[in-house]
Write a new protein. Sequence first.
Length: 209
Amino acid sequence: MRFARRSVFFAFFVLMFGGMALSFHSPSQSSVHAQQPTGSIPTVTGTPSGVIVAVYLDQAQVDVYSGPSEYLYPRIGVVLAGQEMPAYGISEDDNYVQIYYPGVPDSVAWVYAPYVKIVKNGQLPKLPAPPTPTPATTPIVDINPTLVAAFETPIIPTRMPTFTAPAPLAIATFVDVAASGNRVPMGLLIFGLGFIGALGTLISFLRGR
């Protein structure tokens, strides 16, 4: 009986001190290390710095192009009057300024130089022109030959003209009056008739008086 009481007391002692030992080593007391994020942190970059140009106030808006020409490069946007923007350089012919223009490939565009002025940080370096864009291919249209023939004027072959010999040339001949014998010359006859007529007219005039 006494042995049973000692066993119960010993078991109670072990349970009591064991619970206290566990309370001192609870997970709430252990040090916990926070987990670091494994994703990449984005890098924040500012706008380019350097020469600053501004659009003249007398220009409501100015077109910008993908290269230093309005004929060889497409228009990609506009800048407004008084707008300031960073500039990288100027074209070799001094006609266009390359500016920072976000939202387009490489964030660069070209603006006509007489429309802008330098407001900060000096002089612009010379820059070569970028390659011109490849022109769009023209589709080849297959045209119906029958439809083409309907609008073509047919050429009718003709025979070569035949050559006709001209009529023989008649050469006039003159008769020598002196060699015709005793015939009175025609000129003398005409002169004689004229003289007789004039004489008759004179006689009639004198009789009338």
